[in-house]
Design a protein around this ligand. Structure first.
Ligand code: S3P
Length: 449
């Protein structure tokens, strides 16, 4: 788990053109879901391309604690012998989800309609994050939650012995909340309905369908309505995890800001609930081409060819926020190199991620010579344009992998080196980040550790 060891200070220096092929790891969201749905199925689920980052490994451990047999066969190759819907055993240890909001929230949902108790905790970042957004809807199924003041971890959930199905309109745009409700709905009789105002990433719906659940989605005046028929028999599947667009974002954005670069990032998911960053970058003037568009593992994928580009700032539509919610930190780095102002409204959810990402990016960019404005819901970056980004400062990563990687990318094109106080959280989602970036030509060094 991140944040439990010695902090690793990292520094990134200006580099020559980035070139080559960047094979980024498997999608984090899909990896969590493959393990959880595998654990809730009957038979052996085979997973290839699983992200072996700390977040996902913590979910694998949790699935074992609930009674599934989870085995690694080789790099990215895993199998899960599931216990079936409603078959979770009561864990005899605390479930430590490390840094992972997705892990803890989805697993809480998945166990909430079984007559078992489980206690959840996480690292210092996860223990600060709101869990009420999941405990509220699972209480409607009949589950009870006992946590720290303000709905924080550590927290014990008593699953409902006699669950009832629910109809729930998510109060915030959150795929984690939607997924927790759907996973809880699996072991409730009748229909569970989730209504979202704006659609969020739909991997849970796609994968549930793939595992044999009856699930439908429709657009109505109320919003995006998802209906799940409870108590299906989920049947074990082969899951090929596509590469993670949120990890691809780092080499893609690095290539855009380091002069002379040209890279290819193959097999990146282009799921329309995840591809907002690539659309925004194109609108900023990015030279990105989408080659070999195809389907892999039930997701649309493409090979991305990316060349250094002179970019301009813009107003990023708030309606696109959920399709690029994890990409705002790296987008704000790209915006620092653009000409003109980039305004990013509708991003208040960034305040409750692994860190307060508006604050973390604003303070780190300011320290590195970039002018920033912010309010509760908006981040505004004044691009440095042709004068370039000064750099030369240390940014705090606040136990947040995406903040750490964003500042390492900043250092690749800033005039002076850029450091982060602790790069160890990078291992939660992109354990090969340093090697992969070095292979393209980046100059990142560990100052200790
Ligand atoms: C995720 C949903 C998003 C995202 C997170 C992964 C998921 O969180 O930020 O990294 O896998 O469902 P929210 O549901 O809080 O928006």
């Amino acid at each position: 788990m991140s944040g439990h060891g010695t902090p690793i200070k990292m520094t990134s220096r200006k580099c020559g053109p980035l070139t080559g092929i960047a094979e980024v790891p498997g999608d984090k969201s899909i990896s969590h879901r493959a393990l959880i749905l595998g654990a809730l199925s009957v038979g052996e689920t085979r997973i290839s391309g699983l992200l072996e980052g700390e977040d996902v490994l913590d979910t694998a451990k949790a699935m074992r604690a609930f009674g599934a047999e989870v085995t690694q066969h080789g790099p990215g190759e895993w199998s899960v012998h599931g216990v079936g819907v409603g078959g979770f055993a009561e864990p005899d240890q605390v479930i430590d989800c490390g840094n992972s909001g997705t892990g803890v929230r989805l697993i809480m949902g998945a166990m909430a309609t079984s007559p078992i108790a489980a206690t959840f905790t996480g690292d210092a970042s996860l223990r600060k994050r709101p869990m009420g957004r999941v405990t509220d809807p699972i209480a409607m199924f009949g589950a009870q939650a006992y946590g720290r003041q303000g709905g924080k971890l550590p927290m014990t959930i008593l699953g409902a012995a006699d669950p009832v199905p629910v109809r729930y309109a998510t109060p915030m745009a959150s795929a984690q909340v939607k997924s927790a409700v759907l996973l809880a709905g699996l072991n409730a009789p009748g229909q569970t309905v989730v209504i979202e105002k704006t659609p969020t990433r739909d991997h849970t719906e796609r994968m549930l369908r793939g595992f044999g659940a009856e699930i439908s989605t429709e657009e109505t005046a109320e919003g995006h309505v998802i209906t799940l028929q409870g108590r299906p028999e989920l049947v074990a599947q082969e899951v090929a995890v596509p590469r993670d667009p949120s990890s691809a974002a780092f080499p893609v954005c690095a290539a855009l800001i380091v002069p002379g670069s040209e890279i290819v990032v193959p097999g990146v998911s282009q799921n329309p609930t995840r591809n907002g960053l690539f659309i925004t970058l194109k609108e900023m003037g990015a030279d990105i081409t989408f080659e070999n568009e195809r389907e892999e593992g039930g997701e649309p994928v493409a090979d991305l060819r990316v060349r250094y580009s002179e970019l301009h700032g813009l107003e990023v539509p708030a309606a696109r926020a959920s399709a690029q919610i994890d990409e705002y930190p790296i987008l704000s780095v790209v915006a620092a190199f653009a000409t003109g102002v980039t305004r990013m409204p509708g991003v208040h959810e960034l305040r409750v991620k692994e860190s307060d990402r508006i604050d973390a990016m604003a303070r780190g960019l300011e320290a590195n010579g970039v002018k920033i404005e912010e309010d509760e819901d908006t981040l505004i970056v004044h691009g440095c344009g042709p004068q370039g980004v000064p750099g030369g400062a240390i940014a705090a990563s606040h136990l947040d992998h995406r903040i750490a990687m964003s500042f390492m990318v900043l250092g690749m094109a800033a005039q002076e080196p850029v450091s982060v106080d602790d790069g160890s959280p990078i291992a939660t989602s992109f354990p090969v980040f340093e090697d992969l970036m070095a292979g393209l030509g980046a100059r990142i060094v560990r100052e200790n550790g």
